[in-house]
Design a protein around this ligand. Structure first.
Ligand SMILES: Cc1ncc(COP(=O)(O)O)c(C=O)c1O
Length: 394
């Protein structure tokens, strides 16, 4: 019994969880699944099935009896393939033996990167709006998220000067995720250079979530650690979910200086041990022979992107042209509704699902996330219904 008469067992749930609100996305999926005939632009994952040869590699691994643990770091062959992939596509060199860790999705990489670097009360700068997991994962690691507003005037790309304006003596790191979920924005190279200068000036760690890095349209997406002088303080996280349509497989990676990889592996070895071995073997196949699949999917996403961006602008939901991922982020200002109200009424009145921008941070208010990870025919139908809705409510 403590001096105040309370016992640890009186609070059976971790207090940190009180600071985490349920995902604003979940709420919409709960409504969506209770309705018939919904056209969904709410999806956050590829609508493609994992390419056949990748599935075959996993089946073959199982047939051959690969059902055991791998090294904590992951199969060396996979790390070697990844090092090669990162070198040829992003111009960054990592030692596969000491600087790459295979994780259970980008999600685990994110969690490890935060837990391995945050001390209680450390502040982590994040863009606002951003991926829904950033803030909760920082809180769970004992840190304090510090959102930096991004806006349409800058096509939702974060600015180095805004980051600098939020730095305090408690700032530990900057967590960025570009191409962005929910906006599809990328950060131009000159701005990345400025962010790197700010990080160096204040000795900050940069955690760069590049899970969408291969899904870009007609532009070059610069990998953050490819900026000279940044590699020793940058943790690059990525995965196979979006690039190869492998969301359900749960496989990702972290690439960083060995001091970070050692720290993250210390957590990983006790909490996860390793990523599933047959999935790692499928990932090797994806890296070795998956380039044509990526091309095919990127071409298809690009067609849908054009249709959706043009369609949204035509019906009065003004939308900048996103360069990456598979999301558009139109303004709903013309309707005078909040993003929550817009999304709920659109779903109930016209049976089209979109995600309110506010689910991704206060900077997302006034916008909704529309995904084009869905066939062209669905996008056409969604636009017809949304046009009706906007005419009725503008
Ligand atoms: C920006 C971002 N990072 C990470 C993830 C999680 O990816 P994974 O499936 O590799 O864990 C997602 C999933 O939607 C995402 O949008």
């Amino acid at each position: 019994m403590s001096s105040t008469g309370t016992r640890a067992s009186d609070n059976i749930i971790n207090k940190n969880l009180e600071m985490i609100s349920p995902s604003g996305i979940r709420k919409f999926f709960d409504i969506l699944f209770s309705l018939d005939g919904v056209v969904s632009l709410g999806i956050g994952e590829p609508d493609f099935i994992t390419p056949r040869h990748i599935r075959d590699a996993a089946t073959y691994a199982l047939e051959k009896g690969y059902t055991m643990y791998s090294s904590n770091y992951g199969l060396l062959e996979l790390r070697q393939e990844l090092a090669q992939h990162l070198k040829s596509h992003f111009h960054v060199g990592y030692d596969p033996e000491k600087e790459i860790l295979i994780t259970v999705g980008t999600s685990q990489g994110l969690d490890l990167a935060l837990r391995a670097t945050i001390n209680p009360g450390d502040e982590v700068i994040i863009p606002d709006p951003c991926y829904v997991a950033y803030s909760p994962c920082i809180v769970l690691a004992g840190g304090v998220p510090v959102p930096v507003l991004t806006g349409i005037e800058n096509n939702f790309s974060i600015k180095a000067s805004d980051i600098e304006a939020h730095i305090t003596s408690r700032t530990k790191s900057i967590l960025i995720g570009y191409p962005s979920n929910p906006t599809g924005a990328i950060v131009p190279l000159d701005e990345l250079n400025k962010i790197a200068e700010v990080a160096q000036k204040y000795n900050l760690v940069v955690i760069s979530d590049e899970v969408y890095s291969r899904l870009v349209y007609g532009v070059t997406n610069n990998c953050f650690p490819s900026i000279p002088g940044t590699m020793d303080k940058t943790i690059l996280i990525g995965g196979f979910s979006k690039t190869y349509a492998m969301t359900g497989w749960r496989i990702g990676y972290v690439a960083a200086d060995r001091k970070f990889i050692e720290a993250m592996t210390r957590i990983h070895q006790y909490t996860m041990l390793c990523a599933p071995i047959m999935v790692q073997m499928a990932a090797i196949e994806a890296l070795k022979h998956g380039e044509d699949d990526i091309k095919m999917m990127v071409n298809e996403y690009d067609k849908r992107r054009h249709l959706l961006v043009n369609g949204l602008n035509t019906i009065g939901l003004s939308c900048f042209e996103p360069s990456g991922a598979f999301y558009t982020f139109p303004s709903i200002a013309s309707t005078g509704m909040t993003s929550d109200e817009f999304s709920e009424r659109l779903l109930m009145e016209e049976k089209v699902a979109v995600i309110p921008g506010s689910a991704f941070g206060s900077g997302g208010e006034g916008f909704v996330r529309c995904s084009y990870a869905t066939p062209l025919t669905n996008i056409e139908e969604a636009l017809i219904r949304m046009s009706k809705f906007v005419k009725k409510h503008s």
